[in-house]
Design a protein around this ligand. Structure first.
Ligand code: GRG
Length: 309
């Protein structure tokens, strides 16, 4: 990624800091006050979380937190927790029982590099570690804020968020005989808002939670997050239709083959691109109260729509 573009330079800066932080957080096999960490599990967790990925979700945390003057080191801790949940979801999504993928971030998927059981446990380890990270005073000095972060990430990740969206996604593929397939535009929007949107939305409101911002400001970031979350998924679906595997870093052309419910499948390519453009506008409009200080987040909305990987 070129760093001449100011947006990419800031995204890359967060990516480098997150890499260093995750490496530190998962660096030691022997931790004071904890039982020794089993080497194979630690290796698989490191494989799944280090050395790849755009780190777009931590970027959202860092840049939304910057609007409220939150210390960058604290925002990075929350970003690292969010990235752990994201990486766990990728590991589990790639498993044979889910999407059965061999390639992720341009490398063999975790269950290919290790084995199914180790990959399942690495995902479990990353998910639970996220909440360990959020509960530390290093993440925020105020315990009330830490509890709010834990609750918000748990909700974004779980039953009414990503995991709930994932089961609706599997239902849409017709995996469960007798269970209705979500197919209409609004059903597909709901499942995608849960599966992909909820974590992105958390990334956007996390800064406001950490900055103990007013309700208005938190809601503005929530509206921004909802718009870019939807845009992110439409862009992902378009990449599956139009992208090539070498650039995207994972197999393409899989959605239609699997009978997945996508906005592109419902609206077609041309209308989906129009929808993408209006979501970018909607995202920028949601940030009007922040003025120029939110320009980087507006650039992030454009990046979401234009990304090739
Ligand atoms: C298995 C509980 C569970 C949930 C799976 C992650 C997920 C939910 C599904 C993956 C399917 C998918 C490709 C969804 C599109 C959105 C998405 C998560 C894309 C990958 O995120 P990026 O582009 O990846 O931010 P990097 O590698 O840059 O971190």
């Amino acid at each position: 990624m070129s760093s001449k573009d100011p947006f990419l330079a800031r995204l890359n800066a967060v990516a480098a800091e997150i890499e260093t932080l995750l490496d530190r957080l998962m660096g030691a096999a022997v931790i004071e006050g904890e039982r020794d960490r089993p080497r194979r599990l630690l290796d698989a967790m490191r494989y799944a979380s280090l050395g790849g990925g755009k780190r777009f979700r931590p970027f959202l945390v860092v840049e939304s937190a910057a609007l409220f003057g939150v210390a960058r080191s604290q925002a990075l801790m929350t970003g690292a927790a969010l990235e752990c949940v994201h990486c766990y979801s990728l590991v589990h999504d790639d498993l044979p029982a889910m999407d059965n993928d061999d390639l992720r971030r341009g490398r063999p998927t975790a269950h290919r590099a290790f084995d199914d059981a180790t990959a399942i446990l690495a995902g479990d380890g990353l998910l639970t570690y996220a909440f360990d990270i959020l509960s530390r005073p290093e993440t925020h000095p105020n315990p009330d804020v830490r509890v709010k972060l834990v609750a918000a990430l748990a909700r974004a990740s779980g039953l009414g968020g990503m995991v709930g969206g994932q089961i609706l996604d599997l239902a849409a593929e017709g995996r469960f005989p007798g269970v209705a397939k979500p197919q209409s535009l609004s059903e597909v929007e709901t499942l995608q808002a849960m599966k992909t949107g909820a974590l992105i939305r958390f990334g956007c409101v996390a800064g406001a939670i950490m900055g103990e911002a007013s309700d208005d400001r938190l809601k503005a970031l929530d509206r921004y997050g909802a718009a870019i979350g939807q845009a992110f998924q439409i862009a992902d679906d378009l990449l599956d239709v139009e992208g090539d595997a070498a650039t995207v870093g994972k197999q393409t052309g899989k959605d239609a083959a699997a009978g997945k419910a996508t906005i592109v499948g419902v609206l077609g390519v041309a209308k989906s691109k129009q929808r993408l453009a209006s979501l970018v506008e909607e995202a920028s409009a949601a940030l009007s109260a922040f003025g120029e200080r939110a320009d980087i987040l507006k650039a992030a909305a454009r990046f979401v729509a234009e990304r090739q990987t």
